[in-house]
Design a protein around this ligand. Sequence first.
Ligand code: ADP
Ligand code: MG
Length: 623
Amino acid sequence: MNTTVETRAFEAEVSQVLHLVTHSLYSHKEIFLRELISNASDACDKLRFAALSDAALSADDADLHIAIEFDKEARTLTIRDNGIGMTREEVVENIGTIARSGTRKFLESLSGDARKDTQLIGQFGVGFYSAFIVADKVVLSTRKAGAPADAGVRWESTGSGAYTLEAIGDAPRGSAVTLHLKAEESEFLDGWKLRDLVKRYSDHVAFPIRMREEGEDKDAAKTETINHASALWTRPKAELKDEDYQAFYKSLSHDFNEALAWSHNRVEGAQSYTSLLYVPEKPPFDAVFSGRDERRGLKLYIRRVFIMDASEQLLPGWLRFVRGVVDSDDLPLNVSREILQENRLVAQIRSACVKRVLDLLDKLAKDEPAKFAQFTAAFGNVLKEGIAEDGANRERIAKLLRFASTHGEGADRNVSLEDYVGRMQAGQEVIWYITADSHAAAKNSPQIESLKARGIEVLLLSDRIDEWMIGYLQEFSGKKLRNAAKGDFTTPAIDEQARKQAEAEAAPVLDKLRKALGDAVGGVQVGQRLTDSAACIVLGEYDMAPHMQRLLREAGHEVPASKPLLEVNPQHVLVQRIAAESDGARSIDLAHLLLEEAQLAAGDQLTDPAAFVARVNRIAFGA
Ligand code: ADP
Ligand code: MG
């Protein structure tokens, strides 16, 4: 056995994370215990899973558990498990390098603003490094299950820059993390304090957490189990209090915040399983930033054995914010991701989970509007993806969406499609909406002027996803949805006679504009959209909104340029000025200005900004 001590430097980024974690998490310092217990529990889960295919791995000591030991004289606190353990390479890989995806993501998202970064840290499973919040030296002794008795390794660090590695000959299976507590952290050498923390943060860890009984001397190895040590979801609902659910949520998600709502169900029948699904209060880090490929948070158990994080298999992408547990009685224990992907039982569980979450959200919307508003703010845009992706649940999802509207308050998204339909005017047949890249731009769109003037409600959509999403939502409750900026715009309240007459009267100025604008437009028309503005852009039924076209172009996509259709308001002084203008060159300038103003108001980009500036200067300054 090689007994030399090897010293290695942490990767620079690890040092950086370590520093941040230990300094900014001080206000939550007791989380170190939850994190280390969570790692110990993960290690027991992993061993139990590995032992399914190789029983010898755990045969020598089958009683999987976690032990907490403290020594007042030595000022040490040890969290020990007899789980899977680590090889030397794994220690280096898992503890000393940046390989862990969470660490890298975390660093990538650092803003440099200490206050913001502290909040960000709170959304991580900061895990192992949190030991350094309370300890000035941490020693990890570990031996991998199945490895020979002399294959242990001891890792030691003061958390500043470097760590040492050393082979040890007497390590039991599993890991022991020993914290040499800082002088001011004596409270963690107190049995009652530790018991209290375990109750609070780790009661629902499914393995027993054992501690020596108070007053017993060290040699009389009398221990007691200090946590509930049963899988919470297996307990009857009636036995569980809100606090129990919240505590389990926190240990499951590593979230500092509470869960907003949850749904706990046992299904017995053709197949039997239990699901416990949580909706968080705020977006956890990974749901927002890491997209879909690395979704975590919905754990699959089979007959109480943890199998894998299976959020992707058990939930559609548009519910990726959901956290929780599914425990199946019927799936085979040797299930793989590939099998999960096409398993019929899994497909049933998946659609039942979708239904449970939708039921839960319905109930929240109905009974707890304040919480539902919180949900909308946090996850409303993720939910919108479901409109496009889940045709079967489209109507149900649509019911849960909330929008800003001309009848709503400010920019708050608090109007449902049901609210809208419930107050549609007599004779109104469609649900009107407009999309833009900000709430102000939507609200002040010239295209909705006449609707506003007549008190017809318009939904104001200004989230990026809206333009794409709404394309999939053609109908709600039997009413068509219509974009006020697209296609034909007729509302029954206006009489056809008056319209024909206005068009006839406007014919000369339309002609003049068509000639002046030539190729720059696809057409010039009189319409019913405008009351206050002189002109606006009208899109074809299938055209993409100008602000979306711009975004896509900026992202490097080819977007076929369609020629704008200009709708004018013949009553407007500007249009009347153009009609009356006798100077040919000035007429052309004024006509182009009218078009360019309409394009700007629609969030479009001018094709020739310099020409626009020159035009404004000619008209305004005669220059
Ligand atoms: P996370 O648990 O989110 O992966 P941690 O910092 O808590 O992050 O732990 C890092 C990694 O170190 C774990 O993923 C695991 O591979 C390893 N590890 C930590 N503690 C233990 C332990 N007690 N037994 C086995 N492996 C461990
Ligand atoms: Mg961890």
